[in-house]
Design a protein around this ligand. Sequence first.
Ligand code: FES
Length: 197
Amino acid sequence: MKNTSSSDAHQPACGCCGARDAAPPPRRGFFASAAAVVLGAAALAGPVAVGLVAFLNPLRQKKQAGKLVRVATLDALPADGTPRKFPVIADRTDAWTLYKDVPIGSVFLRLVEPNRVEALSVVCPHAGCFIAYDAAARDFVCPCHAAHFDLDGRRTDQDSKSPRDMDSLPGVEIRGAEIWVQYETFRTGIAEKVVQS
Ligand code: FES
């Protein structure tokens, strides 16, 4: 007579030959599945945590301030190349708080060709005062220490207090009749032009 174990006795038998399924014991399958779930979750936890921190990091959000911003329209600029000062309105992140559509700075825009615009930062490279445009002299002047710059932003005095020329903003795009600028600020007091934010 054939010897049948108690676990085999619970397996369904084939109707024609009486053979029983050789499936693994259910308890072992459960532990294997649970271990796979735990290991999978552990493998995903690291990358997810890193991604979350990167997404919430205020420094990352501040960098987004460097994206292109609509500043003015072409018809707002004099055809003779006279510069005009415009505020830059964009979102600003302060630590963990996002402020929508607030002034984040100003730029001088100047039409240098019919469809080409030059943008200069209004911030003096010496100590950060705001540069003004002197319409009578047709140049830029810093009111703090009297540094002068020509319309292209180059220093015009031999003993200028400014360690470099005015900072140009290279990210300028003409989209139809609109002027878009990538607004950036630069470190002051040094000869090199180094992006600050
Ligand atoms: S801050 Fe402009 S010359 Fe000193």
